[in-house]
Design a protein around this ligand. Sequence first.
Ligand code: PXP
Length: 253
Amino acid sequence: GKGKVAATFPWEFMIKLGVNIDHVATLRQVRRATEPDILQAALEAIKGGADGITIHLREDRRHIQDQDVFAISKKIRVPLNLEMSLAPEIVRIALDVNPEKVCLVPERRQELTTEGGLAVSKEVKRVSRAVSVLTKRGIVVSLFIAPSEKEVRAAYQSGAQYVEFHTGEYAHAQTSKARARELVRLKQAAVLAHSLGLGVNAGHGLNYQNVQAVCQVPHLDELNIGHSIVSRAVFTGLRSAVSEMKPLIRKSS
Ligand code: PXP
């Protein structure tokens, strides 16, 4: 409330913005060319206010390439969040790169983007093994999951430090009623995750129109946003597209 303003500090209202720059690499890969330069994209996003850079090294290498991951991890001064599947080959690369964070996601080759959350409850053992090797290397691991009690509890069991809630259902909701229902699911899942000591991130399908309502979800540490920012960047440049997103992702008091 208003009365508390004097006793609070700006950073209490901050939610971090992780900028996913995969689709800068998508544009490069459609021509197997060298431009646009992915490292330049990372640096421009940071100049625009990105608190972290997120990239997804997919098994099919459709956008981000192995050398991108190494180059970006060496050159940026904000945390690198590597999104990846549980494939042993990719886990080995992650151990080699040693990013600050890894977000484990499901991956099906034919999908256009990451379609659903990781079904941690169906494969707690396999997920736990990956979490364990990554955590031992000092990497902070999050699991990309649906905002459900079952998956939050499974994520907790797996030993991960963070969950990243899949906001796709929220973002794609067709009616205001459906959108409100998804927001309630996100809030309840966030409260449960926090009570278990898990950090809370969220992402997927967030844009300049729908992001502010998501900021009502309690305990949010970071939002990861890609497609909408890179799309706006075509017209405004990446630095400005990121800086326009930043003021929208403050915690609602
Ligand atoms: N978080 C995760 C785990 C994702 O897989 C993606 C998509 O790569 C995003 C966030 C960003 O989604 P979008 O590109 O729709 O903003």
